[in-house]
Design a binder for this molecule. Structure first.
Ligand SMILES: *Cc1c(COP(=O)(O)O)cnc(C)c1O
Length: 389
């Protein structure tokens, strides 16, 4: 019998097991909110990016039902062909108004928006400057673009400037960064990045996946919060986190959006998301406008949580947001702590390499709308028991 050519997979999986890095799929029953039922157990949910608590909001569910009655479910083709429904188009117009840009384009995921946009903006003979902690979707976009990629240490503008100064002779240049790092919860130095982009004639693209709906006076994100919106050329957001739906979007100039609709491969060659999913995002935008207390309260409680953790002596890194890591270093220790919290009724995922660098394994606490002061106090108590027990 010849060997099965896929045998290597079992060997690799066993190696992951051995290093404690094998991931297992869990199943959620029912809706997810600040509480969830996971593999049959009821837990307080600190693992969700549903920051404003909208994913199961009846207003979103109602908007989807209504749109579905009109537009059905599947969209049947790429948005360029016949896949772009009424709600989809309305959402693009509303997003442009929300973001204060000329236009916006809705992709079927934030991942597709990021990877497709980077690869449409640069190509061979061009150069991208990318923060080391950029999301995988940005990194994939860089690779797919076949442009030269220069990676700078996280948020290190001095190193970035050094790389910029050495990169003469390229035709297009792009600086790309997350506005809020998904595992660490710190904000990118967008003002300094804009400064450098201007000085070195670069396009500046930011990924607001965790900023949209949460940061800024009107909820537009970290760029609004830091007052640099009109210095950022390409703004990406996701509809699947604070907006409680699914999909991603790019906001920017009319010509940028036209270019992406023609050249971003995940937009051109992939079926549009259900138009009814856009109806959910439209309902979410109304809520974001009418209920600013959701984002304000969230950031206030995040501060309370960070302070409480620091008082107990935990390392929360440079978090300045609703994403709060508890850095413990060793992956086994992170898994142990996560398991202990689970025994106490809290779901707090352990984050290990390759998602974070070696030695930086952590618990990632993701705070959402339903986590009131009492639940936060209970979590702090549980963590203190887990540490001493
Ligand atoms: C989740 C995430 C994305 C991808 O968005 P999806 O809509 O989930 O595909 C992109 N960038 C960052 C930083 C993210 O955390």
């Amino acid at each position: 019998m010849p060997d099965n050519p896929l045998d290597w997979i079992d060997r690799e999986l066993a190696a992951l097991d051995e290093r404690g890095l094998r991931r297992r799929l869990a199943t959620r029953t029912g809706r997810q909110s600040s509480r969830l039922v996971l593999d049959g157990r009821k837990l307080v949910n600190f693992g969700s990016n549903d920051y404003l608590g909208l994913a199961a909001d009846p207003r979103l569910v109602g908007a989807v039902a209504e749109a579905m009655a009109e537009e059905g479910w599947g969209s049947g083709a790429s948005p360029l062909v016949t896949g772009r429904g009424t709600s989809h188009q309305l959402l693009e117009q509303r997003l442009a108004r929300f973001e204060g840009t000329e236009a916006a384009l809705v992709f079927s995921s934030g991942f597709a928006a990021n990877s497709g946009t980077v690869a449409a903006l640069v190509g061979p003979g061009d150069v991208v400057f990318a923060d080391r902690k950029n999301h995988a979707s940005l990194l994939d976009g860089c690779r797919l673009s076949r442009a030269d990629v220069r990676v700078y240490p996280h948020a290190d503008c001095r190193q970035l400037e050094r790389l910029l100064a050495k990169a003469a002779g390229y035709s297009r240049r792009l600086i790309v960064t997350d506005s809020l790092v998904s595992m660490d919860g710190d904000l990118a130095p967008l003002g300094e990045l804009a400064e450098l982009a201007e000085q070195y004639a670069c396009m500046l693209m930011i990924d607001e996946a965790h900023g949209t709906g949460v940061f800024g006076a009107t909820g537009r994100g970290v760029a609004e919060h830091l007052g640099v919106e009109n210095r950022v050329h390409v703004r990406v957001g996701t509809l699947s986190k604070a907006l409680g739906s699914i999909g991603g979007f790019v906001a920017g100039s009319r010509s940028l959006i036209e270019w992406l609709a023609n050249r971003a491969r995940p937009y051109v060659f992939s079926t549009a998301g259900p138009s009814a999913a856009s109806a959910a995002a439209l309902a979410a935008l109304d809520i974001i406008r009418n209920e600013p207390s959701r984002r304000e309260g969230l950031l206030k409680r995040a501060k309370t949580l960070r302070r409480g953790l620091a008082e107990q002596g935990w390392d929360v890194g440079r978090s300045a947001s609703q994403i709060v890591p508890v850095v413990v270093g060793d992956p086994d220790r992170a898994v142990e702590l996560s398991a202990e919290l689970r025994r106490q009724g809290f779901f707090v995922p352990a984050i290990r390499p390759p998602t974070v660098p070696n030695g930086r394994s952590c618990l990632r606490i993701s705070l959402t709308h339903g986590h009131d002061d009492r639940i936060i106090a209970e979590l702090l108590m549980a963590l203190s028991i887990a540490r001493n027990g």
